[in-house]
Write a protein that binds this ligand. Structure first.
Ligand code: AMP
Ligand code: ZN
Length: 119
């Protein structure tokens, strides 16, 4: 269902353990790790292990996978103590949103008040 991963995809390489990361969660389908440039006291990323360049490439049949990401995000946020204080889930898609890594990833940010609207 997912596209063949480009050999040099950064997040595929992190999932494969070729590039070190601070892993916060892993199961058969998902991988979560701390963002290397945290924008908030809590800032981690969740990716599907399967390679999709962005939300634009995810087929509708993969809805369960997307749902699972949200539930794992919620669970990890709770474990990190920000379930009640609040957190933001960000999915940057393509150029205007500022996507820089083309393996779909959800940012989970919290631990401080987050401004709205974003810049
Ligand atoms: P985006 O701008 O939505 O594509 O976000 C890419 C995110 O990946 C940024 O927040 C980066 O700080 C983060 N990032 C880039 N390289 C790494 C890495 N090696 N380990 C962890 N996070 C990374
Ligand atoms: Zn990838």
């Amino acid at each position: 269902m997912s596209a063949p991963a480009p050999a040099d995809c950064l997040f595929c390489r992190i999932v494969r353990g070729e590039i070190p990361a601070k892993v916060v969660f892993e199961d058969e389908r998902l991988f979560a790790f701390e963002d290397v440039r945290p924008m908030a006291p809590v800032h981690f990323l969740i990716v599907p292990k399967a390679h999709f360049a962005s939300l634009n490439e995810v087929p509708e049949g993969a809805g369960a996978l997307l749902g699972e990401i949200l539930f794992r995000a919620r669970e990890i946020a709770r474990k990190k103590g920000i379930g009640g204080t609040g957190y933001r889930i960000v999915l940057n898609t393509a150029g205007d949103a500022g996507q820089t890594v083309f393996h779909i990833h959800f940012h989970i940010l919290g631990g401080r008040h987050l401004e709205w609207p974003p810049g």
